[in-house]
Design a protein around this ligand. Sequence first.
Ligand code: MRU
Length: 389
Amino acid sequence: MAKGRDTASRILLQNRPQGSLDEFKITGVIMKYKAFWLNDSDELEVIDQTLLPHEKKIHLIRTPEEAADSIKKMIVRGAGTIGSVAAFGIYLSAKSHSGDYESVLKDSDMIRKARPTAVNLEWAVNRMMQSLEGLSGNDLIKKARSESIAISDEDVKRTEEIGRLGCGIIKDIMKKKNINKINVLTHCNAGWLGIADSGTALAPVYEAKKQGIDIHVWVDETRPRNQGALTSFELSENGVSHTYIADNAGGHLMQRGEVDLVLVGADRVTGNGDTANKIGTYLKAAAAKDNDVPFYVLIPVSTFDFKMKTGFEIPIEERNEDEVLFVQGLDENNEIHKLRIPPVTTHAKNPAFDVTPARLITGIITEEGVVDADEKSISEKFKYPAGSQ
Ligand code: MRU
């Protein structure tokens, strides 16, 4: 039985046993992916990431407008997840317009514009629309459903492979340094909340944990949106040892030899290996280079934008100043409050991403293998035709 629409978004993900998200039953269905899924009314349900880690609620998405809105407001976030939600948004559009291609095309434009930096969003929308060309009515609706599921199913496989390859690098580093415990630093959240279903930067961490490797993660808080709290939530759910650190602490820990490896995800990687990721990633890469700490970017191949030659071309999202001016958290009575930090007369600037130059990157780990971050290696490996993706 389908759950009532108004109550579905209020359901608490309560008393869930640790590490069993994929088996957890809610609204009568087994979750297909950990952070989002189609319910038994064929509407999209997502974990509301704006409320994590303190409140666990499901947010219901019934229309393409709601899909675009959930991406804009970062109810869903992370390059892969917003691509998946965009694809399901096209499916919802197909249903609401009875498979009329022109109407879906209009909606696809709206969804594509929801956020500018992560190329996976436009990649997913383009793939969906290409697959629907020449179709109409029920055929179009059926294809929209199967293609949107295929995109996320493929991400599940891609991220598993990224995990295996990244874990190989973890083992190599441990062998080379002759250590039996490894300390990884990560920035933002590139786990299963950010892409189905193993994450990118966190996929090797989960694989290492599975293989019994002694691993500890330094989790950057990642102001202003504090995606580090999401990473801490994930790592707690998966029983991985971790410590939350202030954004400015990473360089100091690297100088003291307390970081063996930096793993980050990305929102767009250009043809020369320049990498846009969450604001602050660049500073970590610079500190890693200065301290000879390997710095890897982990992405599905769909995060490459071969149309762009360098990182200067990447559109960098500017978000509302309130994200910098205010913090939100739990007080001692377990109540959530939003508090202003600087004086009420002060304004803030809020660029959401920065670009790490390729020269600071040790390697890029994809589901198709590990590649050096330079134009020659990338173009040879992926044999992309000039000016295309
Ligand atoms: O603004 P966000 O939270 O969507 O930014 C997310 C990131 O920067 C992630 O590192 C990236 O999207 C990879 S998620 C697999």
